[in-house]
Structures are given as structure tokens and as C-alpha cells.
Write a protein that binds this ligand. Structure first.
Ligand SMILES: *[C@@H]1O[C@H](CO)[C@@H](O)[C@H](O)[C@H]1NC(C)=O
Ligand SMILES: *[C@@H]1O[C@H](CO)[C@@H](O)[C@H](O)[C@H]1NC(C)=O
Ligand SMILES: *[C@@H]1O[C@H](CO)[C@@H](O)[C@H](O)[C@H]1NC(C)=O
Ligand SMILES: *[C@@H]1O[C@H](CO)[C@@H](O)[C@H](O)[C@H]1NC(C)=O
Ligand SMILES: *[C@@H]1O[C@H](CO)[C@@H](O)[C@H](O)[C@H]1NC(C)=O
Length: 207
């Protein structure tokens, strides 16, 4: 009875990226295991949540690295950038908080957990869209830039504006909705691309 159960649990480790919503966590110092294959990186977006509450939620790795979600949320390269510093997990990690379940349920933020491929890619970058930011890619090569937003104040919520777009004439930029997963699958489903690609199979001539 028990052997097959353990077998299934082992394979519940997620290989792809995932979002963990803070309102799904258990409080009262219960360990919430992060079911992700290492290595992975963690990023927090929680603009609407009070720092006092986030300071009472911790991510803890099995090699004893600990950081509060307040620190993770504010792990910006500099004040003028939403560029987030990754929290690297090379072992297993869990989330633990002395808040109550009710306090946790009131939170609106989330944790973005990358896949191993994304964690190992130095051209994979995550930004929290909570301020004006200059976004630059300084080397040639392919980049994946992820923009997280938990800003509910804008109308519609989570909206932002890109301006002063500059791009080399031999480069290609695609913008996707959602979180980046299997590249082969999502590359056909961009919201916007430059140069513009018209896909007759999708028949979206109105775009
Ligand atoms: C990890 O998996 C366990 C068992 O499936 C589940 O109870 C727990 O909520 C998961 N943790 C997270 C952070 O999703
Ligand atoms: C909860 O954890 C925080 C951070 O470790 C600590 O400062 C605070 O005293 C704790 N509160 C309670 C009620 O245990
Ligand atoms: C982590 O901390 C625990 C408890 O303090 C200790 O028993 C364990 O040896 C530590 N592990 C590492 C890898 O430092
Ligand atoms: C960038 O991606 C394109 C399309 O997948 C590929 O053809 C090209 O070789 C990649 N360039 C580098 C430097 O990885
Ligand atoms: C692209 O830009 C380079 C220099 O900036 C220029 O020499 C080249 O002719 C341009 N190519 C096209 C197709 O416009």
C-alpha cells in the first residue's frame, strides 16, 4: 500500500517553472515544501503586501540558507531598477511562517520558482514591475526577460508601458503573456513581435 504512494510523491517534483501564491501557504510554523528539482531560483513579487507580514515568512534551504520574503521582494540591483537578484536553491527548500493561515490568506503576492534550465541561464532575468526601469541587454545572444507584476492599482490591473524601444536591425523580439515554459511551444504564440510575423495558420489577420 505504501510503496506506490512514495513512488508517486517522488515524481511530483516539478521540473518546469511554477508560481506559488502566498495565500496558499500554511502558517503556524508548518513547513511548506517547495516541490521543485534543484537547481532553481526564487523571485518574489508582492507589491500589495505589507513588508511587516512578508518579514515573517522565510524560505529555508536544507543547507541552512534562510531569507525572509521581505528581503527577497526588495532584492533589487539598485533603486532605479526592478531587476531582481535570484535566490538560488541548490538543494531542497521550504517556506515557513509564524503568521496564521488567515493572515497568509490575505496576501496577494507570489513566488516565481524557475526551472533548472532557467536557473542555469545567465541570460535569464526577472524584473518586478513596481517602478520605472531601464531594461538593457548589454551582450549579444538570446535573452529571456520576465516581468512580474502584482500591481493592482493600475487599470487594467498589472498593466505597464514600454517606451523608447531600441533594437538592432538584425535582432528579433517576441513578447509573450504568462510565464516562460517550453520554448518550442510558446514561440508561436507571441502577443507581439518585432519584426512582425503573420501566421496564416493562426489566421489572426486582425492583429
Ligand atoms: C508540495 O507537495 C505537497 C504534497 O503534494 C503539498 O502538500 C504541498 O502543498 C506542496 N508545496 C507547495 C509549496 O506547493
Ligand atoms: C514571528 O517571526 C518573526 C521573525 O522571525 C519574529 O520577529 C516574531 O517575534 C515572531 N512572532 C511570533 C508571534 O512568534
Ligand atoms: C543546519 O542546521 C541544523 C540545525 O541547526 C544542523 O543540525 C545541520 O547540521 C545544519 N546543516 C548544514 C548543512 O549546515
Ligand atoms: C538564438 O536563438 C535563435 C532561435 O532559436 C537561434 O537560431 C540562435 O542560434 C540563438 N543564438 C545564440 C547565440 O544562442
Ligand atoms: C543594420 O545596421 C548596420 C549598422 O548599424 C548597417 O550597416 C546595415 O546596413 C543595417 N542593415 C539593414 C538591413 O538595414
Amino acid at each position: 500500500m505504501f510503496a506506490p504512494l512514495i513512488f508517486i510523491l517522488l515524481f511530483q517534483l516539478t521540473h518546469g517553472q511554477q508560481l506559488i501564491y502566498l495565500n496558499t501557504l500554511k502558517g503556524d510554523n508548518i513547513e511548506n515544501g517547495i516541490n521543485q528539482t534543484a537547481p532553481c531560483s526564487l523571485f518574489v513579487s508582492a507589491q500589495a503586501d505589507a513588508d511587516e507580514l512578508l518579514a515573517r515568512i522565510f524560505v529555508k534551504t536544507s543547507d541552512n540558507l534562510t531569507m525572509s520574503l521581505q528581503d527577497l521582494k526588495n532584492a533589487k540591483e539598485d533603486e532605479n531598477s526592478g531587476f531582481l537578484t535570484p535566490f538560488s536553491v541548490t538543494s531542497t527548500a521550504s517556506l515557513i511562517s509564524n503568521l496564521t493561515d488567515e493572515q497568509l490568506e490575505s496576501l496577494k503576492g507570489f513566488i516565481y520558482v524557475t526551472s533548472s534550465e532557467q536557473a542555469n541561464d545567465k541570460n535569464f532575468r526577472v524584473y518586478d514591475v513596481d517602478r520605472f526601469s531601464i531594461i538593457e541587454t548589454e551582450h549579444s545572444g538570446n535573452y529571456t526577460l520576465v516581468f512580474l507584476s502584482t500591481n493592482f492599482e493600475t487599470n487594467p490591473a498589472h498593466s505597464s508601458t514600454i517606451s523608447h524601444w531600441q533594437q538592432q536591425n538584425d535582432s528579433v523580439v517576441n513578447i509573450y503573456r504568462g510565464i516562460p515554459g517550453d520554448r518550442r511551444r510558446i514561440y508561436q504564440w507571441q502577443l507581439f513581435s518585432n519584426p512582425i510575423v503573420w501566421d496564416p495558420q493562426r489566421g489572426d489577420s486582425k492583429m
